[in-house]
Design a protein around this ligand. Structure first.
Ligand SMILES: [Zn+2]
Length: 408
């Protein structure tokens, strides 16, 4: 999730990438076979915002947005983390109750579409879902402000099936600094460190997307479990503060963690980012148009933001970013952090997608491109989902150990 368009840090890529989009929809038979026999996991999707609008049916194929059951099936997406997100500015009990509403909205979708979706909270459940031909639905809370500085609320979220929490969103919370706010806590406060310890005990993955570099290093020091960056990209390729530096990726990997690459054009392309900085009025105009079309409907804002950005690209006012940028970031992260430490965290339905990766149906293109680049089938499987599942399994194991210890 990007936050609102008015404050979003959009990177765009100026020209130059138009040509590479051509013909990239041709998927080799080998890639198809590999893709559809692998477990494909996406650690970050904002489709939950659409659930809040009673008219959205995830069982129907849509022409807007990126995620619904027919398109997940067509793209071979086996496990999806639905993001529970509210803006950082909403705090206190209001934040808690709105988070609970979203958790229930995800659970209701699973109940309504029980033939296609199943709620999963463990690796075993994800693998079982794939065997049964169902899509595993998981949940991540995007922003520590939603626990209202109360470990009981964190426990409640975990009990309802939440399996990761992003320590902050785009603003600081009461106990951790964000990468896109003025530092207030010098990273994690003492209570913030307790939150991380309790997440370890509960088996809730620590997600460091969005947090400041200092918060990342504080969490890395405290967490006994490997951590994830559920939807971040590489700062060396696109200098967004919520992307990871090469050193951060190496340090995350050294403790067994995984960076799941974000497909948002503003985090993939330096050219896009530079263009946006050079033309701040465009972002303002997009924000105003989104407001006009959607009012306060967050789900609508996210979908329309992507659509309107595309209109500006089509008019030549913003650069066009091709899906090949996703592959560049994956490849860079693999070179820096290692093949065991990279996964996929699209930000579908919450960000601006590159050309050629408009929705979940396009996912086999990632498999195709990685094979073309010379990646082995085993390595592609790791990126598609096995690395993420390894972290989930490690976190589950540690949770059991810590729970046993605390009973002694
Ligand atoms: Zn986000």
């Amino acid at each position: 999730m990007l936050r609102s368009l008015l404050t979003a840090v959009l990177c765009v890529s100026i020209g130059g990438l138009l040509v590479t989009a051509v013909k990239s929809d041709d998927i080799s038979a080998r890639a198809k076979k590999l893709h559809f026999s692998s477990i494909v996991v996406d650690t970050h999707d904002d489709t939950t915002q659409r659930f809040l609008d009673g008219n959205f049916d995830i069982g129907a194929r849509h022409t807007d947005g990126s995620i619904d059951i027919p398109r997940m099936r067509e793209g071979g997406l086996d496990a999806i983390f639905f993001s529970i997100w509210i803006p950082s500015k909403i705090t206190g009990t209001d934040a808690v109750s709105r988070a609970l509403t979203q958790i229930e909205a995800v659970r209701a979708q699973v109940r309504t579409h029980a033939k296609d979706l199943v709620l999963a909270t463990t690796v075993a459940e994800v693998r079982a879902a794939q065997k049964e031909g169902k899509i595993a639905a998981l949940m991540g809370v995007e922003g520590g402000h939603m626990i209202n500085s109360d470990l009981d609320i964190l426990r409640k979220f975990a009990g309802l099936g939440v399996r990761y929490m992003t320590l902050t969103h785009s603003g600081n919370d009461e106990w951790a600094d964000s990468s896109t706010d003025t530092p207030a806590h010098n990273g994690l406060t003492d209570f913030g460190k307790d939150v991380v310890r309790e997440m370890n005990r509960l088996g809730v993955m620590v997600d460091i997307s969005h947090v400041s570099d200092k918060t990342f290093y504080d969490a890395l020091e405290v967490s006994k479990a490997p951590m994830i960056a559920s939807h971040s990209s590489c700062r060396a390729l696109c200098d967004a503060p919520r992307n990871m530096t090469d050193q951060m990726m190496k340090d995350l990997a050294a403790k067994g963690g995984v960076i799941q690459i974000n497909y948002h054009v503003g985090f993939l392309s330096q050219e896009f980012r530079d263009a946006e900085k050079a033309n701040p009025d465009i972002n303002k105009a997009i924000g105003a148009e989104v407001q006009k079309r959607c009012g306060d409907n967050e789900g609508c804002q996210l979908i329309e933001g992507d659509r309107i950005t595309r209109e500006y690209v089509a008019q030549g006012k913003l650069p066009r970013v091709d899906f090949a940028k996703i592959i560049e970031h994956i490849d860079h992260a693999v070179k820096v952090a290692g093949i065991e430490h990279v996964g996929l965290g699209s930000d579908f339905d919450g960000a601006n997608m590159p050309y050629g990766m408009e929705d979940a149906t396009k996912l086999p293109k990632i498999t195709n491109a990685l094979l073309k680049k010379g990646y082995s089938e085993g390595d592609v499987k790791k990126i598609l989902g096995e690395n993420t599942l390894r972290v989930v399994a490690d976190v589950e194991r540690l949770s059991r150990e810590l729970s046993r210890q605390s009973k002694k």
